[in-house]
Structures are given as C-alpha cells and as structure tokens.
Design a protein around this ligand. Structure first.
Ligand code: ADP
Ligand code: MG
Length: 698
C-alpha cells in the first residue's frame, strides 16, 4: 500500500488542488462563494469548470455527474461524458460553468410526495460548493442539492444546508452576547460511527429475503449467537481485514477521514468511524462510505448488509451521530473552557441542547424512523424509542445545582453562580458512559445513538440543527434585551433546567421501569413509524421548520407522505417475499422431507426385524403438521394483502394496517417456518442458515 499521506485526497478537487490550478483571483472569488455563500458569476464558474475537467481527465475520468441525495435515501447520479463534437468529425472534451453549477434531470421517478406534478417532471440540481467535487469510477462527481421547478427541496441535502444556516445565524447572536466579535460563522460538526454486517456472497445469493429486503425474514437461531461476547473487538479475520484495508484506501483517496475499525458485538458485525467534519460534508462522506462498503465487499466475495436488523436474535446495526458546534476557527462550543466566562457560554449551549431535545423529542424520533429501525428501537439492544439525555455524573450535578440554586438559594448559589467560577474539566473518556442512552454527552459533543445503520445522517442533523437554532433564538431574544447580562443568564439557565430536567436520565434505558418512569415524566414513547409520523405535522413542528426556513409547510407534507409511503412499500415487499419463499422453497422442502420420512417409514414397516420407527413417525407427524400450518399462515398473510386493496385507506391508515395486520401475519408465518427448520434434516432446508451466515466468513 502507498503511504496514506500520499493517497489521501488524491481523488478530490480539494482546496490544495484549487489553489494550485486556479488563477489567484478566481480562487479568491470561489472561496467567497464557499465560505460566505456569495453568488458565483458565470465567467468565474467557467474557469473553475474547465480546471476541474482538466484535472479529472488527467485522472482518467471520462464522465461527469451531478451527484445528489433524493428521498430514496441512497445517492443518485446520471453520467454525461465530457465529449462534444467538432465540425470536422472529432470530439473535444468540454465542461462549462453552467454545467457545473446547475443540472436538469428528468426526476419523475424520484419520490416527491406530490411536489412535482407530472406535467413538470423536471428536477434541478445545484452545486453545493462547500463540498468538494471528487472522482469515483472514472466519473467527476459534483455534490449537488436537488429541487423541483418551484424550488422545493426534493432531497436530503437542501434542508441540511438550510438548517446549518439557521443554527449559524442564532449561534452567532449568542457569541456576540459573550463579546465574541471576531467569529464569522458557527458550523455543526458530525462524526458518524457506522455499523455493518459482512456475509459470504455465495450464501447471500441463495437467500431471496436478503436479496429483496436486506434482512432475513426467516431463520431459526443458531446454536451460538453473540452470548459469548467473543466477537466484540476480537481479532479481525484475514478476509475481513483485506476488505477493510481496501475500503480505507478508497475512502482516503476520496478525502474521507476513515479512522477506527473494529469488530462489533454480533458475529459478522463490524464498525467504521471517521474523524468528524462539517455536517454536510460528513453526510456526503457517510453516503459515499456506505456505497463503497457495498461495492468493495463484493470484490472480496462478501456482501455488506446495512439493514438495521438483518438477523433476529442478535444485535442490529446502528449509526452513532456524534454532534457538536464549532466556530469558523474551530473552537468547539460544547467544550467546557478554562475560564469562568467560557464556562458560562458552555453551559448556555449545553442547556440549549437539553431544551431542544426535550421540546423536539418527537422530531428526533421521527428523524430516525424507518421500517428497519422499528426492529431496533424498543428492543433490548439499541437505545429505546423514548428520547432522553444522559449527562454523566459530574455534569448532572452541576446542572442539578443550577436548578437548586433557584429553589433553595443555599450554598450552591455561591459555588455555581455562572460566570464566576471555573468548572472542572470533564474527562472525555469517563467510565460511566451510558451505552443505553439515546442522546449522551460524551465530554465535548453529544452522541445521538438512535440512527439506523442505513439512515442518511441528514434527517437527524436537520432536526438537531434546527431545534437547537430555535432554542438559541429564544435565548438570544431574552438576553439581548436584558439589563444585567450575568443575572439574566443565570436566571435563564436555571429556568431552562427547571423546565427541561425531565428529559435528563442517567439510568438504564433498557429497563422496563424506565418506560413507566418516562411516561410519568410525560416523555413520548413512539415505538413505530405510524406512531411517530403524525407528530411531524403538529403545529409547533411546522412553526419550527417554517420559521427557520428549513422546510415550507408544503415540503413538510410531501416528506410526511414519502415516509409513510416508503414504510408501506417496504412491508409490502417483505410480505410478498415471505409468501414467495414459503410457496416456492419452504413448503416444497418440508414436503420433500416428509416424503423421505414417509418412504423410510414404509420400508421399515416392511422389514421383518421390526425396527424402531419412532423418529420417522414422530418427525413425520411434526413436519406434516408444520407444513400444513405454513400453508395456512401463508394464505392468511396473502389474505391481509388482498384485503388492504378494498379498504380505501389514506397513507397513514395503510401504514397502521401494515404495522398491525400485515406484521402480525408475517410474525406468525415466520414462527412456524423457523420451527420447521429446527425439525428438518440439514440438507432439506433450502437456504443457508443463521449459523452459515453469521459464522460463514472465514
Ligand atoms: P466512541 O467511544 O463512541 O467510539 P470516539 O471517541 O471514538 O467515540 O468518537 C466517536 C466519533 O466522535 C468520532 O467520529 C469522532 O471524530 C467524533 N467526534 C469527536 N469530536 C467531535 C466533535 N467535536 N464533533 C463531532 N464529532 C466529534
Ligand atoms: Mg459511540
């Protein structure tokens, strides 16, 4: 392998490349667009585009594409080659500023939630100059936002960029109040830890459920699962290590700061974490990481599963969204400082996050809602569906005394009066880190742990950024007009803690007692997609997004529709895959096995030596009855799907129907099939088993 420093960023049209290849004046103007969002004029864009094209061609690229993130959750690209015909029948390579800045594509096949009428099928892509262009598979990829003709967002990047602007605006107001006149911007930063499974490709290919749905819809538990805890941080198998090495190298070439890799809790489960960066770049990078994981796995005879719950009975895969805010010179606003002044500011930002998580717990839950993630949240492995904040003992004590100060006016008042005393430094790796908390403070950042492995991190960060922006707005409004800043700040923090302390919970989030306690505290427990989605359109949430110009009300309705529709589609595909597998493979397999048993039984009964037929008789009875049961349950599942057609339900009604009726019928069919698997001879079961899949990569 080449030296990392030599390969790093080689496929990126980075700042260094721009500096080297662009005339000074052009570079300066482009920087203004990147840093301050200034409009880029056509002449400048032409020069940039030309430099980009020359650079890309030197690196072997033949095509360019506007790379975007539609509501499908995966990235989209339509390639155009650089060729342009000349009059004498040759071609030259061309790429104009216009082609760089804006693209137009027939977008009628992307979900729009009704935003794009069929007569206006065009969608527009616009260059996000803050995220570097890069080369992937001989194609120059230009990160873009994707909008309708009317300017409505059709993607995940547009609202993310808008939410970053919102928090930037409000956080700067706060910094000014603390006397910071020099910072020109506040950005949010994210480091997403990505979990995934690797399974053998040959085995994967034999499982229609994995192929169609990304998860196993059937499968009895293997004799061994994750109970020995011997996989977590265990030695990485050679085949997996080779995959990781190639993945790292490809990620580094794309300027992605892949840093940590290790085995996870479940067998065949792994994790990759990059070093954090600006949120919209992190979102782009995470999409690329997921794409590369899948592509590179195949080269190693493996398949990378990004589904949130590929296997029943072992842990599913999530994504930890480590989030913070920092100034344009890189000062982390969630890092407690060395001076009392810095600490007061830190406490304000901390309290803003606590209040935001409490006020918008419904939106945070919705931001991670998907059919796949429903299998994790609320089960004993991922954070529960109840949103709460973990602070750690030191910080919890401080927050506690902020509140008590108001109540009792005791000694603590002296100690914790903000802006007067220095706070202790919090150990970043304190041992009491609570793994069951959905939203944990980890020293100098918050870790939002409810995301599913397959999620785009954009949704969660749109909510986080906007919710915190709103609380900062409220804080700034109050503080900007006060007489005595220190007193008002003190009161503000105390009031905030009093009002929002219900969201703070340091105990075991997996405990049943917490469910009851949370209910008493008035916290929401929204277990599934149809439970939480209606909250999206609540008045306070529409007010939040429209006020901060992150979504229009129309865009919100569209997103609501898309999410529900998507949920129904996924469950429909899963149900139909089960029916297909049951009819075409599983029942025939059970029947074939009974035939062998019946034949053996018949032959044995002909024998004069009176052999023992106990096994054949008992097993034949069992498998025949299970097979008949499979037939009935398959019919029943089919019935739930046909019945739906005549019900004329709206999208939410359909989603609820899928969750209650269809899911129940699926569970019943699965339990019969899994029981049959345990009765059947190994060679009769038509698919690789859980044991094969989980322990098959050697
Ligand atoms: P864990 O113990 O949960 O694996 P790590 O300390 O390894 O946590 O860090 C997890 C992620 O948090 C990494 O991607 C890291 O870059 C990221 N991170 C660290 N500081 C920040 C920050 N200020 N903002 C956002 N992410 C951060
Ligand atoms: Mg973590």
């Amino acid at each position: 392998m080449n030296k990392i420093s030599e390969v790093f960023g080689t496929n990126v049209f980075s700042d260094a490349v721009m500096r080297e290849r662009l005339p000074k004046e052009i570079y300066k103007q482009l920087q203004r667009t990147i840093k301050e969002g200034k409009h880029l004029d056509t002449a400048v864009a032409n020069v940039v585009a030309n430099a980009m094209k020359d650079w890309a061609i030197e690196k072997g690229a033949t095509h360019y594409t506007h790379w975007f993130q539609p509501m499908t959750g995966v990235t989209a690209e339509k390639h155009d080659s650089f060729i342009s015909p000349t009059e004498d029948g040759r071609v030259i390579m061309e790429f104009s500023g216009k082609e760089l800045i804006q693209g137009e594509s027939d977008a009628s096949s992307f979900p729009s939630g009704g935003l794009r009428a069929t007569f206006e099928a065009r969608g527009y892509t616009a260059w996000d100059a803050t995220s570097y262009a890069f080369i992937k598979e001989r194609t120059l990829c230009i990160p873009t936002a994707f909008c309708s003709y009317g300017g409505e967002a059709l993607d995940k990047k547009t609202p993310l960029l808008r939410s970053m602007e919102a928090i930037n605006r409000q956080a700067l107001r706060i910094l000014r109040l603390f006397g910071d006149e020099t910072s020109v911007g506040v950005r949010t930063t994210v480091g997403p830890e990505q979990e995934y499974f690797l399974v053998d490709k040959e085995m994967f290919d034999k499982r229609p459920d994995l192929l169609y749905t990304g998860r196993t819809l059937f499968g009895a538990k293997a004799p061994k699962g994750q109970e020995m805890d011997d996989h977590y941080f265990g030695t990485i198998k050679t085949k997996v290590a080779k995959f990781m090495q190639e993945l790292n190298e490809e990620l580094w070439k794309l300027g992605i700061l892949a840093k940590t890799e290790h085995n996870e809790v479940a067998p065949a489960q792994h994790e990759l974490a990059p070093i954090f960066t600006t949120t919209n770049i992190s979102a782009d990078h995470n999409q690329l990481t997921m794409e590369l994981m899948q592509r590179i796995a195949k080269k190693h005879g493996l398949v990378c599963l990004l589904h949130e719950k590929p296997f029943d009975g072992v842990n599913g895969s999530g994504k930890h969204n480590n989030w913070s805010m920092s100034t344009n010179i890189g000062k982390n606003l969630l890092d407690p400082g060395d001076t009392p002044h810095e600490n007061a500011q830190f406490l304000l930002f901390l309290c803003a996050v606590i209040a935001a998580v409490d006020d918008y717990q419904d939106l945070l839950r919705i931001s991670v809602a998907s059919a796949g993630n429903d299998h994790r949240l609320g089960a004993n492995e991922a954070p529960p569906a109840i949103v709460s904040v973990f602070l750690g003992s030191e910080l919890a004590e401080i927050v506690d005394s902020l509140e008590k100060d108001a109540k009792y006016g005791k000694k603590e008042k002296e100690i914790w009066k903000v802006g007067v005393h220095t706070l202790p430094r919090f150990p970043k790796d304190s041992t009491d880190r609570n793994r069951t908390s959905p939203f944990a403070f980890t020293g100098n950042k918050f870790e939002f742990r409810m995301l599913g492995s397959n999620d785009s991190i954009s949704d969660a960060n749109v909510v986080l950024n906007t919710a915190v922006a709103e609380i900062l707005r409220q804080f700034a409004d109050r503080l900007e007009n006060c007489k005595n800043f220190n007193t008002e700040l003190h009161n503000l923090l105390r009031d905030t803690v009093c009002k929002h302390k219900r969201i703070i919970f340091d105990g075991n989030g997996y405990d049943d007692a917490w469910v009851k306690e949370a209910e008493k505290r008035g916290l929401l427990n929204l277990r599934t997609v149809p439970d939480c989605l209606p909250y999206f359109l609540h008045e306070k949430n529409i007010a939040l997004f429209t006020q901060h110009k992150v979504f229009t009300e129309t865009e919100m309705h569209a997103r609501y529709e898309i999410l529900l529709e998507n949920y129904c589609k996924i469950l429909n595909i899963e149900a139909r895959t089960m029916i297909d597998m049951s009819k075409k493979d599983l029942m025939p397999a059970a029947s074939a096995f009974s035939k062998v048993l019946a034949e053996t039984l018949y032959i044995k009964n002909q024998c004069t030596c009176d052999p023992d037929t106990f096994y054949e008789e008992q097993t034949l009875k069992k498998i025949s009855s299970l097979c008949a049961e499979m037939y009935r349950k398959t019919e029943a599942l089919e019935q739930t799907l046909t019945a739906l057609a005549s019900k004329h339900l709206d999208e939410l009604g359909k989603a609820k129907y899928y969750r209650s009726e269809v899911c129940a019928a699926m569970t019943e069919l699965r339990s019969v099939v899994d029981e049959a698997e345990n009765v059947m001879g190994r060679k009769y079961y038509p698919y690789p088993t859980y044991g094969d899949l989980l322990f098959g990569v050697r």
